[in-house]
Write a protein that binds this ligand. Structure first.
Ligand code: TPP
Ligand code: MG
Length: 305
């Protein structure tokens, strides 16, 4: 969680310094979902993300140097600098793809799950998406087919209460996205997404079922992004009191408090974890900034019709 937090704080700083350009969506505040979920996965499990997926890729084991370089548009990035923040592909880590098309990777995860089922090696596919994606057509089609074909896919909904600048109550009357899973007879739960251990418990059950050939699962995590929808968003649609409430539920601070209460970690160890994360991230940022831009003649490579 600290590696993701430090990474995204650095991305934000590099953006402010104009060393990273383009559109950035940070998941600061949502780290427990990424870390808790991916901590239960194997490298050969398939993970799909969306427009807010730096944390998902890091949690799945993506190399943060190549990731930072990608976000900075450099030639050393995962996609040679052509994908950027929203189109991360880190196949070495089993992070298959992300997309800026809301809900766009949900059907793709079904394809990976279908392959996993055919291969019979117990692999699972996991797809992260937001509450806004629940109103997209492919979401519903995918739930239906996943259920019908008992595919080993786990739908991970990060319900952060907003789609861009629109609160959930203004884009659906279905307050709990997990209700949709019930319609399609997929086991589901709604869980506190800012509690790392609760995330792990919910995911452990879902992953166990999928690996055992028992079909899909749907887990809705209630969480919140502490930044705006995109970097630079003044977020005037959100009450400051709401932000303060969620800051008090910061998943990293909560888990740290819990560990300290159990005397499982010392202040010194906590500081060492933070320092190590920040150090790794600084090195990744330096690598990215020192890397060359993609060459002009490369513009058509890696593009297939
Ligand atoms: C198909 C499609 N429709 C609309 C958009 C514009 N758009 C970008 S992000 C977003 C909101 C997504 O909300 P949610 O799924 O809750 O994810 P969050 O940003 O909260 O992580 C929208 C509507 C898009 N990128 N793709
Ligand atoms: Mg949302």
């Amino acid at each position: 969680m600290w590696l993701i937090r430090a990474f995204e704080e650095k991305v934000s700083a590099l953006y402010a310094a104009r060393q990273i350009v383009g559109l950035l969506h940070l998941g600061i505040g949502q780290e427990a979902v990424a870390a808790g979920t991916c901590s239960l996965l194997r490298t050969d499990d398939y993970v799909f993300g969306g427009h807010r997926s730096h944390g998902h890729a890091i949690a799945k084991g993506a190399d943060i140097k190549r990731l930072m370089a990608e976000i900075a548009g450099r030639a050393t990035g995962y996609c040679a600098g052509k994908g950027g923040s929203m189109h991360i592909v880190a196949m070495d880590a089993g992070f298959v793809t992300a997309t800026g098309v809301v809900g766009g990777t949900i059907p793709l995860a079904l394809g990976a799950a279908f392959a996993a089922k055919e291969n019979g090696k117990g692999q699972v596919a996991v797809v992260f998406f937001g509450d806004g994606a629940g109103q997209a057509g492919p979401f519903h089609e995918s739930l239906n087919i996943a259920s019908l074909w008992r595919l080993p896919v786990i739908f991970v909904c990060e319900n952060n209460g907003y789609a861009e600048f629109t609160p959930l109550s203004a884009h659906t009357l279905v307050e709990r996205l997990a209700r949709h899973a019930q319609t399609y007879k997929i086991p589901s739960s709604t869980v506190d997404g800012n509690d790392l251990l609760k995330v792990r418990d919910a995911m452990a059950e879902a992953v166990r079922r999928a690996r055992a050939g028992k079909g899909p699962a749907f887990v809705e995590f209630l969480t919140h992004r502490l930044r705006g929808h995109y970097e630079g968003d003044p977020a005037k649609y959100r009450e400051l009191s709401q932000l303060a409430e969620w800051k008090a539920k910061d998943p990293i601070a909560r888990f740290t408090r819990e560990l300290k209460r159990k005397k499982a970690i010392s202040d010194k160890e906590v500081e060492a974890i933070k320092d190590e994360a920040r150090d790794l991230v600084e090195r990744a940022a330096q690598f990215a900034i020192d890397s060359p831009w993609p060459a002009g003649e490369e513009v058509d490579s890696q593009v297939t019709a």
